[in-house]
Design a protein around this ligand. Structure first.
Ligand code: GUN
Length: 284
């Protein structure tokens, strides 16, 4: 039954092995090593965990990692000045401002202050605009990772009905553009969608990115659907779980990405790919 599982951990390990080999080659030739700088504002616990995971992943493959921490009271102007310093530092390939930022800071303004060629998250209006017209290689990490899973498992999107539940700027919206560019027919649902099941039942490929533990049950899907679960939640027993009630839907699906071990590892691997892509652009 294992062949039903979309194994993000496996695909991510292959991507990371390839990057490790590339970095070894860079180091053997005494070239400059790729470097990621992460900016953290305040002390959000979840953010600290995400950042720690990014640090571990960078260090494992040999990418330099630097964390710049600022107090939650920092002004927008000060934060932009720090970003400008990194924009002008030739040793820095990628700048990542960990979100969310405190309420007094305009997130879009901060992201758009990052040099387009260092926007490793791909969250700036410039990069997202390019993604819409199919013109960029830096793609937000989670949707990029999902596209890599489709590619690895030879899941052809042409003419397929992809239903995405979730419309965030980080996942739902960019993924809608990527799947449209891959010739799927795309429906985007969200928290205000009336009669959600009407749409999820029509999906050939269903992407759940809402953040509600185990909300998708077998009554909401058709037989042989392919499910990608982006949710990272805790269930009643504090166990990690997705937006999909995995045990309930499993017998009905064609394939499914589990939580943990599905999209999560792919997000990190895709971030590493983005750093490498920006590094290549800087060395051209
Ligand atoms: N907060 C939650 N996910 C992300 C991410 O992928 N990038 C950044 N910068 N912040 C986040």
């Amino acid at each position: 039954m294992k062949e039903k599982i979309i194994d993000g951990k496996l695909v991510a390990s292959k991507i990371k092995a390839k990057i490790t080999a590339e970095i070894n080659n860079i180091k053997m030739n005494n070239y400059r090593t790729p470097k990621l700088c992460v900016i953290q504002v305040g002390n959000n616990v979840a953010s600290s965990t995400y950042i720690k995971n990014k640090k571990i992943a960078c260090e494992k493959v040999g990418i330099l990692f630097s964390l710049l921490k600022y107090p939650a009271t920092i002004t927008e102007k000060e934060l932009i000045e720090h970003i400008m310093t990194l924009n002008n530092d030739p040793d820095v390939d990628g700048i990542l401002v960990q979100l969310p930022l405190p309420d007094h800071i305009d997130t879009n303004k901060i992201i758009d202050a990052i040099d387009v060629l260092k926007d490793v998250d791909g969250f700036s209006s410039h990069v997202l605009g390019n993604l819409m017209i199919n013109k960029t290689k830096v793609v937000p990490a989670t949707p990029k990772g999902i596209m890599s899973l489709f590619n690895y498992y030879n899941i052809d999107l042409v003419g397929q009905h992809v239903v995405i539940v979730g419309r965030s700027n980080i996942v739902g919206k960019p993924l809608a553009n990527l799947t449209i560019n891959a010739h799927a027919t795309v429906t985007v649902c969200h928290s205000k969608t009336n009669n959600l099941s009407y749409y999820t039942k029509q999906a050939d490929i269903l992407v759940m990115a809402v953040g509600k533990p185990k909300m998708l049950t077998k009554e909401m899907i058709k037989e042989n659907v392919i499910i990608i679960d982006v949710g990272t939640n805790r269930d009643k027993n504090n166990k990690l779980c997705g937006d999909v009630y995995f045990d309930d839907v499993y017998s009905k699906v064609k394939m499914i990405s589990p939580v943990p071990g599905g999209v999560g590892p792919m997000t990190i691997a895709s971030l590493l790919e983005n750093i490498m892509h920006l590094y290549e652009l800087h060395n051209k």
